[in-house]
Ligand binder design. Structure first.
Ligand code: NAP
Length: 250
């Protein structure tokens, strides 16, 4: 048997959270092109519909659901619905996330809780529901979309940095917990990636940031998708890793 036989994603089901556009959309597209069935969610029906149409344009039939990942009950319902209507999740990509740029001293409790709920608690909610069938099958991949700011910290992004540091610790700990069950948990520490998340930067701020990146440019969602694709195809012995894709920034 060729050693690459087992790497086909035919028959696999991948849930990519927050994948109507941006990095999540690129990740889901790469998995679909490799034969996986794609499931994604977004907060509003309008965005889910737009996402489904965008996948259709690429010849992909994606299953889209409305779900706010900050809401534990909605996540539980989402995973139950996916299992009933599509099947058991083989690959979970925790991608949904938000940024927030502000001085820490100007942040409200609401701001703080919203970021931690969206970027970190959501990962807990999704993993908790998706893990039991993976453990029963002794097979599964969890990939968390983190940030280089979770490793180095970013000024005026304390909550964001803390949430992504939390994801890194979560990834390493969960990888140890699930390794005996043959479920791998890894994370990508993205550098600055060209998506709407960075739209609030002025052209001057964008240029200044680009000048700080050794590669001299922002990364693309496709490059993150390539790495996520590689992680799924990596040896099962690779788990608990925080992999940097940042143009040499860190
Ligand atoms: P994006 O274009 O803003 O996409 C984020 C996606 O998450 C959107 O579809 C968004 O939907 C969804 N989302 C946000 N809150 C949600 C919630 N409560 N429930 C469900 N979906 C929700 O950003 P992106 O750049 O692709 O970011 C994707 C991931 O990469 C995030 O985790 C981000 O932290 C990480 N990352 C990005 C960069 C970067 O430079 N772009 C760098 C490092 C890490 P709505 O539009 O409805 O909010």
């Amino acid at each position: 048997m060729a050693i690459l036989d087992k790497f086909s994603l035919e028959g696999k089901i991948a849930l990519v959270t927050g994948a109507s556009y941006g990095i999540g959309f690129a990740i889901a597209t790469a998995y679909a092109e490799a034969g996986a069935t794609i499931v994604f969610n977004d907060i509003k029906q309008e965005l889910v519909d737009k996402g489904i149409a965008a996948y259709e344009e690429k010849g992909i039939k994606a299953h889209g659901y409305v779900c706010d990942v900050t809401d534990e009950e909605q996540v539980n319902e989402l995973i139950a619905k996916i299992e009933k209507e599509v099947g058991v999740i083989d690959i979970l990509v925790n991608n949904a996330g938000i940024s927030h740029i502000n001085l820490l001293s100007d942040m409200t409790d609401e701001d703080w809780n919203h970021i931690i709920q969206t970027n970190l608690s959501s990962v807990f909610y999704c993993c908790r529901q998706a893990i039991p069938p993976m453990v029963s099958k002794r097979s599964g991949k969890i990939i968390n979309i983190s940030s280089m700011w979770g490793l180095s910290g970013a000024s005026c992004e304390v909550a964001y940095s803390a949430s992504k540091s939390g994801i890194n610790g979560f990834t390493k700990a969960l990888a140890k917990e699930l390794a005996p069950s043959n479920v791998q948990v890894n994370a990508i520490a993205c550098g600055v990636i060209d998506t709407s998340m960075n739209d609030q930067l002025t052209p001057e701020e964008r240029k200044a940031l680009e000048d700080e990146i050794p590669a001299g440019r922002y990364g693309t969602p496709k490059e993150i998708a390539q790495m996520v694709w590689n992680i799924v195809h990596a040896p099962e012995y690779m788990t608990g890793q925080i992999i940097g894709v940042d143009g040499g920034f860190l």
